[in-house]
Design a binder for this molecule. Sequence first.
Ligand SMILES: [Zn+2]
Ligand SMILES: [Zn+2]
Length: 223
Amino acid sequence: MTAYTVHTVKNVASSAFLVTDENGAMIVDTGVAGRAPAMLQEIADAGLRPTDVKLILLTHYHADHSGSALALREATGAPIAIHRDDADQLRRGGRVDLQPTSLMPRLMKVMLDKAEIPATEPDIILDDEEDLTRHGGIGRSFVTPGHTPGSTCVLLPDGSILAGDALSGGLMRARTARKPMFATDLDTAARSMRTIADHAPTTVYVGHGGPLAAPSVAALKAL
Ligand SMILES: [Zn+2]
Ligand SMILES: [Zn+2]
């Protein structure tokens, strides 16, 4: 039985993740710009070298997830992967207009809108479903659009999911699953929430708050 470990690197605004198994490591999201040293420290603390990282997967293009991707590619030599429907925005970089789904994100939008996506040429364009081991990574990816057009989740072989911002943890109750704070298409985002719940994940790691408790994720099926 392979031992998978998910290490969480907490950033000011969002979490980044280092997933390790006996073959190496994969980074899922990178935090805002300037957070590469924190991830490299996590890699060292796990007893690994930067070159043990074989894949950098971005769940979506937002700056709080893609901000340190260039620096981490430089440090590890690993390719950057993103879904094809988020690839153009990542290449262009710059600011995106966030569409809040409720009051709290409307307040946060003022702060988040200022973050610029560093223009980043991805190395791997992900399809809707991919076996990530083909790209040196761990587990499988599946598209969960709505937060952004190409938002993508990672399903690990132990049944846990890294969901990016396709789901959100609460600010008050961090382990309770709720809808994303922003959505380019809320109906599609709701469908994607049910897709995640259908996998019956053991744990869901998200960009903000979390990790989400399995029962609160299962409850999303009833939406
Ligand atoms: Zn986001
Ligand atoms: Zn985010």
